[in-house]
Every structure is written in structure tokens, then in C-alpha cells.
Design a protein around this ligand. Sequence first.
Ligand code: SAM
Length: 216
Amino acid sequence: MTEILGPGIGDYVLAHCTPADEVLRDLAAETREALPPEDAGMQISPDEGALLTMLVRLTGARYAVEVGVFTGYSSICIARGLQPGGKLLACDVSPEWTAVARRYWARAGLAGGIELRLAPAIETLQALAPDPVIDFAFVDADKIGYPAYYEELVPRLRPGGLMALDNVLRGGRVLHPTVPADRAIAELNDRIVGDERVEAVMLPVRDGVTLVRKRD
Ligand SMILES: C[S@@+](CC[C@H](N)C(=O)[O-])C[C@H]1O[C@@H](n2cnc3c(N)ncnc32)[C@H](O)[C@@H]1O
């Protein structure tokens, strides 16, 4: 979990968002205890999780796609916001990390609504039908891959559908990107704001979240 705001404000924000329930708290604790900090830190924060659930609900989503599952925190937040009978297609490459996710999806009673695809996400996305049927998408995987994920997802979003992209501020390094991952995100940020297919809002939530709505 990267923060660009000071820790005091981060704690205050957390204390004023709907809190994580026991399943999410246990998942966060297990992830923290089982993995080194640099890996555990990839997990989204509870306030970002609450944001995802709310966005999915507001979109009335029935079909969502997630790129970057890790141990399953964001999948649970997305799946909980879906309409009854809704489906989440969850993409990752790690059998180890997603084994934890599977356990917690089951514990949350969400396993039936989440389909995990273990493959490079670009292959999974390119294999999807080209129809614009995705209601909600969340991108939180390898940063170099973001531009390609974006280009596969935008045509498949339904009009009015929403995509959220995480870590779009890269700890503030998008201002002066020097390494390929930061440059990829900075260039994508510039491209999104000029993309006439969508409207976009960049939120300074944690490490930055861009919301992209497909125009009607
Ligand atoms: C930042 S973590 C995702 C955190 C997750 N959203 C959460 O809430 O805990 C990034 C994930 O992307 C996955 N990943 C990295 N490269 C990938 C690729 N090419 N295709 C699919 N997943 C990938 C990693 O295995 C890792 O689980």
C-alpha cells in the first residue's frame, strides 16, 4: 500500500470510510504475516476497497474484470458490489498468491461468482469477445502492462461502464519518471486525458486511482 499523503491524513481517511469486515481484516493480516513487506504492500487499502465496492454498486455492474488479484482483497471488494448473479473475471499469473485469494473468496461466500484465469493478463483480455459488455474493470497488475490492458479493456467496456486504474501516481514519480514502469504510467495518464472515447477523473486516493468512464 503506497501513500502519497502523510500517514496522519491516511489514518484519518481510513477512520472515516466504511471499515473492512472480519474476512477482509483476516485476509490483510494473513497477507502481512505470511509475505515480505514489499509483497504484502501490494494489497489495496481498506479505504480503496470501500471505494471499489461503492463504484461497482453505483455502476449496477453484473460483469467485472480484474487485472491483478494477488491474495484477493480487491476481488472481494469488487465481487461484493456486483448485482445478484454477477460475475467477476479475475486475472493473475501467481498460483501461490491466488491460492490465498481462493480461500478467502470461499470464506466470503463469493467463490461461485469469481472466475480465476491464471495466465498473463494480456492473453486473457485478448481472448475475450470484442463485444462491449464489461460493466466494471479494475487494473492493478504489472505497471508496464497497463497501456496494453487499457487498450484491450476500453473497447470492451459498455457505454457508461467504468474502469479504475490503481497506482497512477507511482509515489509521485509520474512528475519526473525515470524508470520504464513510471514512464509507462505517466505516458498512459497523458493518453487517457486526451482519449475521446472516455471521460476521466484522477483521484489522489492512496497511490492515485484514475476512474475512466466510457462515453455513451
Ligand atoms: C499489486 S498486486 C494486486 C493487488 C490486488 N489488487 C489486491 O487488492 O491485493 C499485482 C498482481 O499482479 C499480478 N501480475 C503481475 N504481472 C501480471 C501479468 N502479466 N498478468 C497478470 N497478472 C500479473 C501479480 O501476480 C500480483 O498478484
